[in-house]
Design a protein around this ligand. Structure first.
Ligand SMILES: *[C@@H]1O[C@H](CO)[C@@H](O)[C@H](O)[C@H]1NC(C)=O
Ligand SMILES: *[C@@H]1O[C@H](CO)[C@@H](O)[C@H](O)[C@H]1NC(C)=O
Length: 363
């Protein structure tokens, strides 16, 4: 269907420009499916639209599981059980393939790809009253993202309402109390990945402000503004915390103010008028990555030597960390003393590296 539309366009029939539509009959975020039996083979079947067809499928099982999987049904459950959206093919630029991303998970059972051993270098899982969020440091070439790519944003909206990836679904058992077999569809979520770091936030579908906490319009200002956090590279921890401010909102002298992201046509975003508040966290429990991700021990990245899968990524951080209060106020690692990449992508402060920052999340 897509090929047909394009070949007609190529003959110069201008009227067909209007004939090929952009928007689906139903936006992705309005398509709701009970897990697992309600999920269709493909959520997006409108192949005639401008962006073409959904790259993968949504029914994922033991047959589809493996490093060739095109599963586009994802999960954010807990520190040891979550998935990232990452490219199908090695060496991809996120901004070029965000419509085609597939699920890469931390354990088998989701019919997806698995994140190669050692790729996860630090993880903070955070639960707050309105959402769960995973912040991470990742060696992105192991999940098919090109070296040096500053990445982009995935969410169930996108400019054409078909989502990035097209047809991508997200589920979680984090909002079902003690029943860990009850996976609720997460209607509002956002995921930034690039610069060897990522953040993924899944908002409680029953929460009144899910769309605000998981806002999808600030695609150029990265994790530090969309998911402000105090995650640290090399540390694996599971925490509880207070809610963030809604992305793009901040409080100054007791007054809530809102940010408007300028259009890309106006050039780089070199400064922002605020620093996003990192909310207090507490009850952080440290983990050892080799225990959390034991199922990944034999999973190698394309191009890796089989012998290189030994102990890399076995986290050195164990024990507890009561982070309460220490991360309030301004961004904790904005001093420029840390690794520039994590300052930029995860918990940073835009003005530290000003212009480079603007190239961060352009999608
Ligand atoms: C497993 O998933 C594939 C791909 O979506 C699907 O074609 C197949 O029917 C599924 N198998 C079962 C037993 O559900
Ligand atoms: C995280 O730490 C690892 C190991 O020290 C390092 O190789 C990597 O570059 C760091 N990642 C970021 C984003 O700073």
């Amino acid at each position: 269907m897509t090929l047909l539309a394009f070949s007609v366009l190529a003959t110069g029939a201008a009227v067909m420009v209007a004939a090929q539509s952009t928007y689906p009959a139903t936006p992705l975020a309005s398509k709701h499916f009970a897990y697992p039996t309600g999920i269709p083979y493909k959520v997006d079947t409108e192949d005639h639209l401008i962006r073409g067809r959904q790259a993968g499928y949504n029914i994922c099982n033991s047959t589809t599981e493996g490093q060739e999987s095109l599963c586009q049904t994802s999960f954010v459950n807990s520190i040891d059980d979550f998935c990232l959206w990452a490219p199908i093919k090695p060496d991809s630029i996120v901004g070029n393939v965000e419509g085609d991303m597939v699920a890469w998970c931390t354990k088998p059972g989701h019919g997806s790809r698995l994140i190669p051993n050692g790729a996860l270098q630090g993880i903070q899982f955070m639960r707050t009253p309105d959402y769960v969020q995973v912040i991470g440091f990742v060696e992105q070439t192991k999940i098919n993202i090109a070296l040096g790519d500053w990445g982009g944003e995935m969410d169930p909206h996108g400019a054409d309402l078909r989502g990035n990836p097209l047809g991508g679904l997200l589920y979680s058992n984090a909002f079902s109390g003690a029943n860990k077999n009850d996976f609720k569809q997460v209607i509002e979520w956002h995921n930034f990945i690039g610069g060897n770091a990522f953040c993924i936030k899944a908002c409680d579908p029953a929460g009144p402000n899910a769309a605000k906490f998981c806002e999808h319009i600030f695609d150029r200002i990265g994790c530090a503004y969309n998911a402000p956090n105090n995650a640290q590279n090399g540390t694996f921890e599971s925490c509880e915390g207070e809610n963030q401010d809604f992305p793009g909102h901040w409080v100054e002298n007791g007054v809530t103010r809102t940010y408007t992201q300028p259009p890309e046509s106006l050039g780089a975003i070199s400064t922002l008028p605020y620093t996003a508040r990192v909310p207090a966290s507490s009850s952080c429990v440290g983990h050892t990555s080799s225990v959390l991700y034991s199922a990944l021990a034999t999973v190698t990245a394309p191009g890796d030597e089989a012998t290189s899968t030994g102990t890399s990524g076995a986290g050195s951080s164990t024990g507890t960390n009561s982070g309460s209060g220490t991360a309030t106020g301004t961004a904790p690692r904005a001093s420029g003393t840390g690794n520039s990449a994590d300052v930029l992508a995860v918990s940073g402060f835009a003005t530290v590296l000003g212009v480079v920052f603007s190239a961060l999340f352009f999608a």
